[in-house]
Structure formats: structure tokens, C-alpha cells
Design a protein around this ligand. Structure first.
Ligand code: 3AT
Ligand code: MG
Length: 357
């Protein structure tokens, strides 16, 4: 580990840990909200079945991985089982049919069909107060949700750290891929990366039983294998003794310090699949380029300023939305956060998450 002259004392870390745990308790959704989400899921399952016949509706993102803040959107994905001889429903057609149907239902509001998006979805609000995005046949999203959930189960500190980082990113306005910053999904990958480096988390995609060969479990051409049965993880992997002593406060500080001053943005790629760093050259992620999409969808600009490899879709940079300007802002926020946590533990978590205007 790099020598750090600003590293705060154990007492400071303890204060940060205490406040982080209070804030987490405040930010997590209450049981009533969980119940409303389940009811909405049930409702969407019925409507999908009535519209398409054989359909399955699965939650993904934070509603599926246990990392939701209160009032978070719910992401769901619909899977259709086409009968033999039946034509498959295209994403655009799916969005149109389910969107038209939902518009007629009295308990749904603001139904918006995004048919031409790179990933077509329907956005809506349910009158029980939950906002929801409905996607279609996105197997990889289900698998990356399960991977994140497994990491979350592997160590109890993960959830608290992620919740604080998400709250910080939202309040500091650097949690919007549409305006050049990062998705929550990206921040979770960054947290896992730092915890892997610190020996707190294993690399579940390299953890195998038996003879040590990583199997290939195909999902849309990518390997979706990972060690998922966390109750049996201790047979194959142990956290380092040092990592067991680190508090949430210390690990939060480490997270911000790492991306403020250790990570080399110009050359490195964060890869939780490798359990460490890759270089942009190894991945040939050196030149920005515009990628044409099928059927008149808008082109996407691939940028490689902040490189975060998706754990399954290896050619996908989850940091793609980041441009020169937003990178400057995000790095500035990492520095601000590390500085706040290195000073005075008391009240640091509140200062960390002060709203930026
Ligand atoms: P919030 O609680 O909504 O802030 P979340 O955990 O639901 O956080 P996102 O809304 O960012 O996270 O993403 C929802 C899911 O969509 C997570 C992941 O399965 C998928 N996803 C999001 N962004 C990407 C991406 N850039 N690449 C691949 N999958 C993504
Ligand atoms: Mg979400």
C-alpha cells in the first residue's frame, strides 16, 4: 500500500463508522416500501402474462441486489417464452405493446415508451409512489445483479459502504450517466475493486471448486460464471487477517483516497473480473470511437477516459459516459471526500454528503 501522510487515526475511523451506520439505517427502504415493490412486481407479472402469454418479470439493479436506498426506482426485466413456430417479439415491439397496455390501466401514470433507445424500455410511475423502468430479455443485467448481490453477501461491510457512496454520488450530482457521470452500477464496481485490493472480498469469477478450472457458462456469448453459493465460500477463500480489522470508516476513506490519488486514470482499467487492474493497451481501449448501432438507433460514442470493465460484457466500458469535463468534476469530488474524511471524524459523513448546487 502507498504511504499516506494524511491517514487519520483509528479514533477518527471509529467516528466515521458510527455515523455511517446511522446514516445507512436512515437511508435504507422500510418494510412498507418493500411490500409496495413486491405488489407492483406482481401487478406487472399479471399484465405481462395477459399481454404476451408466457412471461416472467424479474427485478434487477438495486431492487434485486439488496443495495437500494429508500425511494429508489425499481428496475424490472420481462422475459417472454416464445412458443414453437411463433415469431419472437422485437424489443421495439415489446415496448410498444406493453406501453400501450399500461397506458390504459388506471394505476399507472406517466407511461413513457423509449422505443429507439440503445436499450428500449418503458418508464412509468405507479400510483403507490414507485417509479419503474421495464426492460426486455436482458439476461446479462440479471446476472450482474446476482453477482453484485453475492459480493454483498460475502462481507457485511459492503452494503454500508455502497449505501454511503451512492448517497454521496447523488448529493454531489455525479450519479447521472446521461450528463457524463457514472451510474450507481459503476460506483458499486469501483467499491468492489477497492475491497478486492484490500483483501476484504474475493474474486468470485475466479473462485472455483475442484480442479481449479474456471468453467465457461455462456450468456449472449459472454462467460457468466461466478461462485454464487456464499455460504460455502469459506472453504475456498479467506479474507486476509488485516482486512478483518478494517472498519467501514477506514474502508470508506481508502475508497476515496484510492480514486483521489492512487488510481492512474490515464493508463488503468478497473476489472473486478481480474480482481485487479488491467491497462487500456491490453484492452485496446485507447482511442475514442463512434460505434454505429443496428436499425437506425442513435450512435454511441465510446470514450475511454475512466475505464471500468463490465464483469461479463468485456468489451463494455461502464465508464463510457465520462468525458473530459465530468472526469475533472468526479476526480475533484473524490479528492474532496478523501480530504473531509481525513480531517475530523465527527460530522464527516454529514459533510461528505452535503448537497452540491
Ligand atoms: P439505484 O439504486 O437505482 O441508484 P442500481 O443499483 O439500480 O442503483 P442502476 O440504476 O445504475 O443501479 O442500474 C440498474 C441495473 O442496470 C444494474 C445493472 O444490472 C444494469 N446496468 C446499469 N448500468 C449499466 C451499464 N453501464 N452496463 C451494464 N449494465 C448496467
Ligand atoms: Mg436502479
Amino acid at each position: 500500500r502507498k504511504y499516506d501522510p494524511y491517514r487519520p487515526s483509528i479514533q477518527t475511523f471509529d467516528l466515521i463508522t458510527r455515523d455511517a451506520s446511522f446514516l445507512c439505517a436512515e437511508l435504507l427502504p422500510n418494510p412498507a416500501e418493500e411490500t409496495r415493490k413486491l405488489a407492483l412486481l406482481q401487478r406487472l407479472s399479471e399484465i405481462s402474462a395477459e399481454t404476451f402469454g408466457d412471461a416472467e418479470v424479474l427485478p434487477f439493479g438495486s431492487s434485486g441486489n439488496g443495495l437500494a436506498l429508500a425511494n429508489a426506482d425499481m428496475d424490472v426485466c420481462v422475459f417472454l417464452n416464445a412458443k414453437e413456430g411463433e415469431e419472437e417479439v422485437s424489443p421495439a415491439e415489446f415496448v410498444e405493446r406493453i406501453g400501450d397496455r399500461l397506458e390504459k390501466e388506471p394505476d399507472f401514470e406517466n407511461v413513457l415508451q423509449l422505443r429507439k433507445a440503445r436499450v428500449p424500455i418503458v418508464k412509468l410511475n405507479h400510483i403507490n409512489g414507485i417509479a419503474c423502468d421495464i426492460g426486455y430479455q436482458n439476461d446479462l443485467a440479471i446476472w450482474n445483479t446476482r453477482l453484485l448481490r453475492a459480493y454483498c453477501k460475502a462481507d457485511r461491510r459492503v452494503r454500508d459502504i455502497v449505501v454511503i457512496v451512492k448517497q454521496w454520488a447523488k448529493k454531489r450530482r455525479i450519479n447521472n450517466p446521461y450528463t457524463g457521470s457514472l451510474s450507481s452500477y459503476a460506483y458499486v464496481l469501483l467499491v468492489i475493486h477497492v475491497l478486492q485490493r484490500r483483501g476484504v472480498l474475493p474474486n468470485l469469477q475466479a473462485t472455483v471448486e475442484g480442479n481449479g478450472q474456471v468453467p465457461f457458462w455462456d450468456c449472449q456469448g459472454f462467460n457468466r460464471y461466478f461462485f454464487e453459493d456464499i455460504s460455502r465460500l469459506s472453504r475456498y477463500w479467506q479474507p486476509t487477517p488485516e482486512s478483518l480489522k478494517q472498519s467501514v470508516g477506514e474502508l470508506l476513506y481508502e475508497f476515496f483516497r484510492y480514486f483521489a490519488s492512487e488510481f492512474r486514470y490515464a493508463t488503468h482499467v478497473v476489472s473486478i473480473r481480474k480482481g485487479g487492474l488491467l491497462t487500456k493497451e491490453m484492452k485496446e481501449w485507447t482511442k475514442d470511437h463512434t460505434q454505429a448501432q443496428a436499425d437506425s438507433k442513435p450512435n454511441v460514442k465510446n470514450r475511454y477516459l475512466f475505464c471500468i470493465e463490465d464483469p461479463f460484457e468485456l468489451d463494455h466500458n461502464v465508464g463510457r459516459p465520462v468525458d473530459r469535463y465530468s472526469l475533472f468534476t468526479i476526480r475533484g469530488e473524490f479528492m474532496r471526500a478523501a480530504k473531509i474524511l481525513s480531517k475530523n471524524g465527527d460530522g464527516a459523513i454529514a459533510r461528505l454528503c452535503v448537497e452540491r448546487h
